[in-house]
Design a protein around this ligand. Structure first.
Ligand code: FMN
Length: 383
């Protein structure tokens, strides 16, 4: 199948699987331990059903909303994902451009393969930077200054990664960055010669925002993701650190990786603009609750005070509608655009976003919702 024939996320996933060398496909696709949480993230949406209103006379529903201080055309934003140039040589550039065209926010990861400065110059629409607190606090504060200079409009702090999750697929495939040709991986890289040629003949792979930290820690410059997280991130980060960062940034600020109503309350109390209800796409604590399973409690705790963004398992327009009806202000997707990126670069990401947006619009008409405000709990059957 070509990406132009893909109709949904699973189609893009199948094309990505064919195009990528196995270690890279599994790096996107996998979760931690037994991948219970990874699976539950999408299954959780099945616990509620949509209840449409008929004869509502809607031809064109309004999907615009405001998130992190910015008006976006539809209620889905793009999650931060590290090392994106491994999945397609255009990497973050392709995704940032597609987000801009689609009228939504792109979130650049600390572990991106294109720099803060380059994405800042390339993308003129609102953009968010995702920050990890490193042991080297100077590096963290440096990110903030660089983001301000590069015109980033908001910041999100990921708090569910004090140490790396146990991603056994990566241990099995020997996933390291940059990828290395070993005897074991050679066949996969040869079969995927198109990817391999692109990798060899495009600019050198590097984690553009943290090159110095990697060079300092590893003379061969080869490292696994888990090793990087465990050696560089500060496992002792706490609420005081988060509060200090909010003050230092002094602008729209989200805390990503919140799953409990208590943590959501603390995030609101220390001045966050939003919480991203998330378990890192099932890549950290396996057995953790699915974001959608926790959404109702979190919305009831802080939904009137700050924004709630649901992140994890979103594959369909109806998932977005269910989350919004439960009280989320927007949703965020990770693999939903990464599979497409691997399948065909920027045009494929554009197609994936267009398909999801069309699904949302079609489903809103079917629901009898003329705007996002019409989606509330009366539109859900919760058995
Ligand atoms: C390949 C990959 C890399 C990721 N890298 C990061 C990252 O650098 N920072 C971060 O906060 N989250 C990262 N995430 C988690 C995403 O931001 C997001 O929470 C997750 O993908 C949402 O689940 P979904 O893929 O089911 O949409 C990554 C996820 C994937 C799949």
């Amino acid at each position: 199948m070509r990406f132009s024939n893909c109709r949904n996320c699973e189609d893009f996933r199948q094309v990505a699987k064919k195009r990528l060398p196995a270690p890279l496909f599994h790096y996107i696709d996998g979760g931690s331990d037994d991948e219970y949480t990874l699976a539950r993230n999408t299954q959780a949406f099945e616990k509620v059903q949509l209840v449409p209103n008929t004869l509502s006379g809607i031809a064109k529903p309004k999907t615009a909303t405001t998130i992190l201080g910015h008006k976006i055309d539809w209620p889905v934003i793009l999650a931060p994902t590290g090392m994106t140039r491994l999945f397609h040589h255009d990497g973050e550039r392709a995704v940032a451009r597609a987000a801009q065209k689609s009228g939504t926010i792109y979130t650049l990861s600390t572990l991106s393969t294109v720099s803060i400065e380059e994405i800042g110059a390339l993308n003129t629409t609102p953009k968010c930077f995702q920050v990890y607190i490193h042991k080297d606090r100077g590096l963290t504060l440096e990110f903030i200054e660089r983001c301000k200079r590069a015109g980033f409009s908001s910041l999100c702090l990921t708090v569910d990664t004090p140490i790396a999750g146990n991603r056994e697929r990566d241990l099995k495939t020997g996933m390291i960055m940059p990828p290395k040709l070993t005897l074991k991986s050679l066949i996969s890289f040869l079969i995927h010669w198109e990817w391999s040629l692109n990798y060899l003949f495009h600019e050198k792979f590097q984690l553009a925002n943290v090159v110095s930290a990697i060079n300092a820690g590893n003379s061969k410059n080869l490292i696994s993701v888990m090793d990087y997280i465990n050696s560089q991130f500060d496992p002792e980060i706490n609420w005081h650190d988060a509060e200090q960062l909010i003050k230092a940034w002094d602008g729209p600020f989200a805390i990503k990786g919140i799953l409990s109503p208590q943590d959501a309350r603390r995030a609101a109390d220390i001045g966050a603009t939003a919480v991203m209800v998330s378990n890192h796409g099932g890549r950290q604590l396996d057995g953790a609750a699915a974001p959608f399973d926790m959404l109702q409690q979190i919305v009831d705790e802080i939904g009137d005070e700050i924004e709630v963004i649901l992140d994890g398992g979103v594959r369909r327009g109806t998932h977005v509608l269910k989350a919004l009806a439960m009280g989320a202000h927007a949703c965020m997707i990770g693999r939903g655009y990464l599979y497409a990126l691997a399948a065909g670069g920027q045009p494929a990401v554009e197609r994936a976003l267009t398909l999801l947006r069309e699904e949302i619009e079609r489903d809103m008409i079917l629901m009898g919702a003329k705007s996002l405000q019409d989606l509330d709990r009366s539109k859900l059957h919760i058995p």
